[in-house]
Ligand binder design. Sequence first.
Ligand code: E4P
Length: 220
Amino acid sequence: MQFFLDSAHVEEIVYALDAFQIDGVTTNPRHIQASGKPFLTVIKEIAKLVEGTDKTVSVEVNPHFRTYEEMLPEAEKLAAISPNFVIKLQCIEPAFKTMDALARKGIRVNCTLVFSAMQALQAMRSGAYYVSPFIGWKETNGEEVSGFLSDMMTIRDNYGFQSQIIVAAVRNARQIVDAAVLGADIVTAGLAVYQDGFQHPYTQDGIQKFSQFWDQTPYE
Ligand code: E4P
C-alpha cells in the first residue's frame, strides 16, 4: 500500500519523505491556504521536492471552474509545470469529459470529492488515474465505508480499469489499516495521523521498563 501525505506544508513533506518514505503528496485548496503561500509558489516548491522521482503530487484546479471550457486549459497549464503533477478535478459531470480529454493527452487526473461507487465508476470510465473517496467525511455523516471501498475495487477489477484508489480524508490509523485489509492501493493522510499510528502506549512502557533493566545490567 502506498502512503501519500495530505499536505501543502513543505517542511512536513520534506520530513515525511525522509522519515517514512511517503510515495506521493495530495494537496487541496485548504492545504494550500494553510501553507500561507500563493498557490503557484507552493505547488512549484513541492514539485522540486519530488523532481526526478516517480512520486506524484496531486494539485487541484480552481474549484470555481465547473465547465469543461474552464477546467481543461487550467489543467493543461498546471500539468505543464511538473511531470509529477496529477490534476485534481472535482467529481462533477463536466469533469468527466475533461478527464477523458486530458487522459487522451497523457495528462493524469485525480478525481476528487468522490462519495459514491457510481461516481467512482464513471470517473474510471473517463480514464481517471486516481479516484479519491473521502471516507472521513462519509463516516462523519454516519455512512459506512468498507462496503463502499470494496464495491469500488470490485468494479475496477471487474472491468480492468486502470484507476488507482486513494483512500482520502483519513482521520486515524484504524481507517488506514481497514483500507489496507481491503487491499486499497493508496491512502492519503496528514502527518499527525501517521505519527499517531506509528506509536502505541505499550511500546513506550516497554521502552521505559527495558531501559531500567538495561541500566541495572553490566554490558560486559
Ligand atoms: C484528498 O486528496 C484530500 O486532500 C483530503 O483527504 C481531504 O480531506 P480533509 O481536508 O477533510 O482532511
